[in-house]
Write a protein that binds this ligand. Structure first.
Ligand code: PNS
Length: 166
């Protein structure tokens, strides 16, 4: 492992489903940090039900990151800061797309900082080609038969189309 790579980092999210934008952030984090743990929220933290179970969401990310030797994928259902501590990670990495993300992330940042000032949240700007891409947008497209090419991994596109046709 190159000496300039630092620490372990958590890339947390609902990932329902993972998009190519998420995978871009995970890949970039894996270039910077020694070890990246992708934390998949295994609980309805939102009122809306997920399309895929946590095990399915984990499997999609595992398949898509199989070529990255320093990335692990784990479900979690406790506080993000506790999950980070359990994994000896002091850094959380999230992607930021637009001003609309900033407001939500700023709130989460303040809450997480209050609970665990020792855990630092950091943000990577979405690549321009993914700055419009979200899991909810992808689900909406899939529901109406839109083309998901280039937005999610092919296996996710197939499963999403099946799941939403049902
Ligand atoms: O926007 P996402 O992808 O649904 O983000 C999920 C997560 C956990 C990263 C976000 O909700 C967050 O930062 N939460 C902090 C509060 C917390 O720990 N919630 C419990 C999650 S199991």
């Amino acid at each position: 492992m190159p000496a300039e790579r630092l620490l372990s980092a958590i890339c947390p999210g609902s990932y329902d489903p993972v998009t190519n934008g998420h995978l871009d952030i995970i890949g970039r984090a894996s270039e910077v940090f020694e070890r990246v743990i992708v934390g998949v929220v295994d609980q309805a933290v939102r009122k809306t039900k997920t399309v895929f179970t946590a095990a399915e969401r984990v499997a999609f990310i595992e398949e898509a990151t199989a070529g990255l030797g320093n990335v692990e994928v784990k479900p979690f259902s406790n506080l993000l800061v506790d999950f980070a501590r359990e994994n000896s990670a002091k850094v959380v990495v999230k992607g930021l797309r637009a001003i609309s993300d900033f407001e939500y992330e700023f709130e989460m940042n303040q809450l997480n900082r209050k609970m665990a000032p020792d855990i630092e949240s950091t943000y990577m700007m979405a690549a321009p080609e993914y700055s419009f891409l979200s899991s909810s947008g992808v689900k909406e497209l899939a529901m109406f038969g839109g083309d998901l090419e280039g937005l999610v991994p092919p296996a996710v596109a197939r499963r999403l189309q099946e799941a939403l046709e049902r």
